[in-house]
Design a protein around this ligand. Sequence first.
Ligand SMILES: C[S@@+](CC[C@H](N)C(=O)[O-])C[C@H]1O[C@@H](n2cnc3c(N)ncnc32)[C@H](O)[C@@H]1O
Length: 453
Amino acid sequence: MKLPVQFEEKMKNLLKEEFNQYVKSFEEKRHYGLRVNTLKIEPDQFKERVDFQLSPVPWCKEGFYYSEEDKPAKHPYYYAGLYYIQEPSAMAPGAVLDVQPGDKVLDLCAAPGGKSTQLGAKLKQEGVLFANDISATRIKALIKNIEMAGIRNAVITNETPERLSERLEEYFDKILVDAPCSGEGMFRKEPQALKNWESHGVEKCCSMQRNMLPYAAKMLKPGGYMLYSTCTFSPEENEGSIEEFLKNHPDFEVVPIPHENGFAPGRPEWIGGRESLRGAVRLWPHKVKGEGHFLVLLHKKEGEIKNKVFIPKREVSDKVLEDFYNFMKENINVKLEGDFKIHGDNLYLVPKDVPDLNGLRIIRSGWLLGSLKKNRFEPSHVMAMGLTKDMVKNSIDLPLEDPNVIRYLKGETLQIEGHKGWNLVCVDGYPLGWGKMQQNMLKNKYYPSWRWM
Ligand SMILES: C[S@@+](CC[C@H](N)C(=O)[O-])C[C@H]1O[C@@H](n2cnc3c(N)ncnc32)[C@H](O)[C@@H]1O
């Protein structure tokens, strides 16, 4: 691989005798990874069900390397949201940030959602995940990935960190800032990263990172944790951006991340930074089976919350929800508790304790249940993905080898027997979407834009 001369020279100066080993890693094959979605299945069960050649990623207990021949993106279980295809090093930030069910979590730079889906799984549907990204195009993949994963407690926003911070001051327990960066760690995985490096230089990225970090800090509760990560090697964007941040935020300190599983320490000496930055982590492609990454965990000092965020009472009248309640009575075995919200004709279940967000660019206010049409409720594909088979009255459970699985995913009508009306179509018990049964024919309600091609 031809690396930019300027980049090679810089890395040679930094790494000295280690440089040869480092640069040799660019000639080696990249590693492929997938992360099991524990909202749907446990890793052990998953391993038994698939015939991929899996071996564990040391730093992420749900993460596995797979072989190039496995093709996991072309498997019905992928469509059922049982796993997310993720570069192994990219699993590290979500593994290190200790998210607990019930936490309020922000993923500030979330698209396409690799880390959001990981954090969402850790929340186990309790608490709230705010997944934000500034890019209106990249956010489309974020929506799809969160919805496919069956995360019911996510709010998706398309905002600047500054505007978010005006409304969500001291609100979050945990924040991930997976910052835009020059992407040097991705040169081996994505040749496009080399081109981006030339247009999105280190300097430009530093300024974006240094600009957003104070807003992220403002949104963190006293006593909360913030994880900053990049997929680049440049000291300026890593130890440098954090040194700059810590200079202006004495209420934050570095929490050392254990240097195990091949994790190498931060290098404060490269930017004349404080010693505690050695507690950061660098993932080097010549030391781990994965691409280049940097992570640092920061803790905000304990203290009183000065800015209590106002949580409005959301009430939608039973009259408006009548068709929805009728649908629930006929089709769903559980009661959905919480606040409902209507946008246009879309009905959402809003996660607990979400503040008033009026005026912000909200892409999803919570779990999109469906739409209130004239005299009926139409459940959404997103609702199907967030359900389990035992939550519905009627389902059609197809075994993996049944050709109807692929037919369903292609959007075809199925000649099949089942209960009249709405059915949750599953593969081996895992929901794929809705179908509506009419006289031995299952009308396919699979999302047209997600179809198997
Ligand atoms: C490294 S990528 C995030 C990858 C993502 N966390 C994942 O795991 O899939 C950085 C993201 O930051 C977004 N971004 C850039 N500037 C931003 C800003 N000022 N506020 C929020 N997001 C921003 C980009 O659109 C990009 O999607």
